[in-house]
Design a protein around this ligand. Sequence first.
Ligand code: ATP
Ligand code: MG
Length: 441
Amino acid sequence: MSKSQASQKEPSKKKIQAIRGMNDLLPGQSALWQYFEGQVQALMKRYGYDEIRTPVVEQTALFKRSIGEVTDIVEKEMYTFDDRNGDSLTLRPEGTASCVRAAMEHGLLHNQTQRLWYQGPMFRHERPQKGRYRQFHQVGVEAFGLEGPDIDAEMILLSARLWRELGLMEHVTLELNSLGSTEARAAYRERLVAYFEQHHEQLDEDSRRRLDSNPLRILDSKNPEMAAMLADAPKLMDHLDDDSREHFEALCAMLDAAGIDYVLNPRLVRGLDYYGRTVFEWTTTALGSQGTVCAGGRYDGLVEQLGGKATPAVGFAMGIERLILLLETLELVPDTARGELDLYVLPMDDAASRQALLLGERLRSELPGLRAQLHCGGGSFKSRIKKADRSGARLALLLGEDELANGTATLKFLREERDQQSLPQAGLATTLSRLLAQDIA
Ligand code: ATP
Ligand code: MG
């Protein structure tokens, strides 16, 4: 046996770990995610949006044709591989392209409007850092077949409602811009390139590379040395076509009427090629440089570009990790999103196990909001009490020989200095619901 064969057979001692930039969601965090997802689901129902679920893998061509060949995502961030048939597949880097593909494939766009939402993992090979991961999660919203500014406004109001309900409204800012029509954008592009060429010596390497392929994206540069030059660059807002201008003004008027504050940001261009007219981002200063928590806009040309009938469309996506981080950073996690137990049901010896099991079942039936855990696995009296303390529950119900004999349970307060009480088992549900009134919805 050659040396290399031997080393191949030897089991590697190196522990297998998760892929860099791809996170496990651990038990202590899942309650907060569920809280967030629950808020989103309820919100979508209230606005009449239907959920759509699409595969996480698509043909590579879908993303190349929609997001654009010379965008950061397609040029350097996609997880692309050949499957066993030799087809080029890609783990979705975003949700809009898949949504459009599915809507076209299933005839959802024929003479009808659609309001859809989705949620799930997205994949981009970026440098992992706080708020930026290689598998991350988005909630996205898309509307098809509606061309007026009313639907743009609805989307922004929908997102604003979510921020209000999560307590985030005063910590986020709405930035707005219009990218105009394809023609206005093309004319503006020439102006912009001419301006950048005049200031060629001030462009960094990235920007020089983009000068031919995607000059609008240069406006998005965060390089402080270019800031002054960029601030003086011609603004697309000053060169909009009449229709786009009217659309944008009407949108702003609707937001004003609804009391939504916004900042006009002429440099907001978005990194995906399919956007035109309205674009917007919700940003925060509380997360450092990963400050955009939600972003979107109109993409009226995309359906046709992918081979369908021209269909106006608008949508946005929010990054769940960043919003969760924001809730944690600002200490806006409500008690119900901490996943804590209300009650630990504790048989004090093995003889009480069956009674404790049945009592737990009965209380869960009587109090559907109750979060109760049964002590399983036996143990000494001392270790049982220790487990009750460690469970994090607020209350414990103890069942021992005496309790079984006289049909009671002993109520112990695990997180408060209060005397324990002996209570008849029959009235327990009422007592518990009174004690936990603030916790049980
Ligand atoms: P950024 O400028 O931060 O890279 P983007 O313009 O690439 O964002 P979009 O493609 O518009 O982002 O995605 C919408 C939202 O999804 C972003 O605003 C952000 O909240 C989230 N997001 C995007 N990329 C990542 C990532 N790699 N990790 C975590 N969240 C992300
Ligand atoms: Mg990005």
